[in-house]
Design a binder for this molecule. Structure first.
Ligand code: PMP
Length: 402
């Protein structure tokens, strides 16, 4: 027996199913469609270097502890971003977090007790599933289709559940989701808010990918739809976003917009978590956003990601035809692919690794490992030439496994 008496959530911990693929990445010549990493070639290194130099001229501010809520300059910039997305807000409504990942963790700490039911769109971002397991939540699933979260399936589930088993929280990525790449249509955003108000659950709207849109057809956030419905009343939606996918994940800068009562409690929870998000990183982020280079950098990233997405989806359609099904994403970094049930998923994964191409097997995105005949492909990090190589190699793997 171990000397250490771990908590139930950490007695037999499972590591991240995506991080467990890391050893394969070191194989010579491997092309990875696995990670959710933004393309390093799209980091605006020049702009960020200038922002870092500027941050160091702010006296000792960037080197000192800062307010838990975040720096006033950055909160101003983030409020302007949210307003441009359609949210009515000011700097006072922003809580800067250490990545949006921390935002979700804080929310679970202030809202969820072991045994509470939480609904997640399924398939879902694996770190969300892991965070819910660590919180001891009862995980309920709602399916997604080509238009995002299936709100009518959610409505049917809610109507059938006894009051005591209703979810306290629902987690969704409405814009270019991880892993499906889908966009939640406007009517469903409005219906989701109605259901949250009717059944009394909080909607966590996780939006790290919304800026990476390939067209102008992106609806306003669910948070904004809720503002329309509740006016000055309590907003049941908590909005999380991040600079990780649009500027650089190494900054570890994300943010939360929520009702003041929620924001206040998350701020107190953050006080015992990391005191404040790195003031140096916040100063770099604020200075970068003030520099005016952000819109151009994001436009460039969108154009490049769209090229890469088309190389992947058109290549796979041409080579694999009806063997695979997917919805072509209108933004973000991911394509979700399902394949014929006669293909053995483990055989396919082994054949892909042998051919030097990596993807994340679909089971990583299910709390119960349910859907095996699926995979997530990321087109963000490899360039078009590498994606063409990946298509050849995936084709070979499918033929070997069929
Ligand atoms: N939510 C989703 C849906 C993500 O895909 C990611 C990053 N993979 C995160 C949150 C975490 O992002 P951050 O770097 O802001 O913590």
């Amino acid at each position: 027996m171990s000397f250490f008496q771990f908590t139930p959530a950490f007695a037999n911990p499972q590591g991240s199913p995506i991080r467990e693929l890391f050893p394969y990445l070191s194989r010579p010549g491997m092309v990875s469609l696995a990670g959710g990493y933004p393309s390093p070639s799209l980091f605006d290194q020049e702009g960020l270097a200038a922002a870092a130099a500027q941050a160091m001229t702010t006296g000792a501010t960037a080197l000192q502890y800062g307010a838990t809520e975040g720096s006033p300059a950055l909160r101003e910039q983030l409020a302007a971003q949210c307003q441009a997305r359609g949210i009515r807000c000011s700097a006072a409504d922003m809580l800067v977090t250490t990545g949006s990942q921390q935002g979700f963790d804080l929310l679970l700490r202030v809202l969820i007790q072991p045994g509470d039911a939480v609904c997640v769109e399924t398939p879902a971002y694996p770190a969300t599933i892991a965070a819910l397991r660590q919180a001891g939540a009862q995980i309920l699933s709602t399916p997604v289709d080509g238009d995002g979260l299936d709100v009518e399936a959610l409505a049917a589930m809610l109507a059938a559940l006894p009051v005591a088993e209703r979810p306290k929280l629902l987690y969704t990525v409405p814009n270019f989701s991880n892993p499906c790449g889908t966009l939640l249509v406007q009517a469903r955003r409005e219906r989701l808010v109605q259901l949250a108000l009717e059944y009394g659950f909080v909607v966590v709207e996780d939006d790290p990918y919304g800026e990476l849109a390939f067209t102008d057809a992106r609806p306003a956030p669910v948070y904004a739809a809720a503002q329309q419905q509740v006016g000055e009343g309590e907003n049941p939606v908590v909005y999380l976003s991040s600079l990780s996918k649009t500027v650089a994940p190494g900054l570890r800068v994300g943010w939360m917009v929520a009702d003041p009562a929620v924001l206040r409690r998350c701020t107190v929870a953050k006080q015992t978590n990391d005191l404040c998000t790195s003031p140096l990183a916040q100063a770099v982020a604020a200075s970068y956003l003030q520099s005016g280079r952000y819109p151009q950098a994001v436009a460039k990233a969108c154009a490049e990601y769209q090229r890469r997405m088309l190389a992947l989806t058109q290549g796979l359609k041409a080579r694999l035809g009806d063997l695979v099904q997917f919805v072509q994403p209108a933004g973000g970094m991911f394509v979700w692919m399902t394949f014929d049930a006669r293909i053995d998923p483990q055989k396919l994964f082994d054949a892909a690794v042998a051919a030097n191409v990596l993807f994340v097997p679909g089971k990583a995105f299910y709390a119960d490992n349910a859907q095996l005949h699926s995979m997530r492909l990321s087109f963000a990090a490899p360039d078009v030439a590498q994606i063409e190589q990946a298509v050849d190699r995936l084709t070979e793997a499918f033929h070997k496994a069929s």
